[in-house]
Design a protein. Sequence first.
Length: 66
Amino acid sequence: MARACSICGKVSMGGFNPQSSGMNRVRAHRRYQPNLQVTTMPAKNGGTEKVLACTRCRRTLTKNAR
């Protein structure tokens, strides 16, 4: 399974290494990973389940719980 947020679907993103830019004409590729954390969410059957969620979604979940 790919590392993706189970709520919003955020996945890894490709880009270039910032140290390789400037006078260097060869840009080194790198991969930006989302900050995924294990979070417990209420399941449909009334229990809880552990899911991988990005920190932005975790923050929104705690804001809605208040």
